[in-house]
Design a protein around this ligand. Structure first.
Ligand SMILES: [Zn+2]
Length: 212
């Protein structure tokens, strides 16, 4: 599948999973020296691969029939961060639990071992207006040693290693946030896991599932 077609599938998948409302959220896939990125404010149901923009690694449009997502700077920064790899996917959602949690904590408490999918406790990047370089920089900082971050009073973002499994990652992130939010909502102090356990789980998840 082309990176453009993958962006369309991922956008529709975010809608189907209830992780975005309206035209919110955005998606990109790195393919060699190009980034395929979803356009700004287009109904996901009407997306076709031809309208997905192709951009160079500095964000310059190569073939972009529509205006790109307002968070293009964020996608470019994450696809060119230290350690970035070809084929990676960046998903940005406005899912309700992660967005709600972003308004009350500075870091997602380790209430569930799935935090291991994201390299540990997911941090909340400080608020800045959507689409600004400041917001992109805040998110990059919050993602040090992690593959996900919350954006204060806004939403969530994650980097997945490949198109396959990327939507599941987004679902796990929302689940982790939902669990923490519900636990905190009781008013009781949640019992949390420590970093050593999260590291142990990360190793176990590596070998989990069916052998390849
Ligand atoms: Zn957003």
């Amino acid at each position: 599948m082309s990176a453009r077609a993958a962006v369309v599938d991922l956008c529709r998948g975010l809608v189907a999973r209830g992780l975005v409302v309206g035209t919110a959220g955005n998606v990109s896939v790195r393919d060699g020296d190009t980034i395929a990125v979803s356009p700004s404010g287009v109904d996901y149901a009407s997306l076709t691969p031809e309208v997905i923009g192709l951009h160079a690694l500095d964000g310059t449009a190569i073939d972009a029939p529509l205006r790109p997502t307002s968070e293009l700077a964020l996608h470019v920064l994450l696809h060119t961060r230290e350690g970035a790899r070809d084929g990676e996917v960046v998903l940005h959602t406005h899912a309700p639990a992660s967005t709600a949690l972003s308004t009350v904590v500075g870091e997602v408490p380790l209430t569930h071992y799935y935090a291991a999918f994201f390299g540990g406790a997911v941090r909340v990047a400080p608020y800045a207006t959507f689409g600004t370089p400041e917001l992109a920089a805040h998110v990059l900082g919050a993602m040090a040693g992690r593959t996900a971050a919350l954006m204060a009073n806004h939403g969530a973002v994650l980097v997945a290693p490949a198109v396959e499994g990327a939507l599941d990652r987004a679902g796990y992130l929302e689940y982790v946030c939902d669990v923490a939010l519900r636990a905190l909502s009781t008013g009781l102090p949640p019992r949390t896991l420590d970093a050593a356990e999260i590291a142990r789980v990360a190793r176990a998840l590596d070998g989990h599932g069916q052998p390849r």
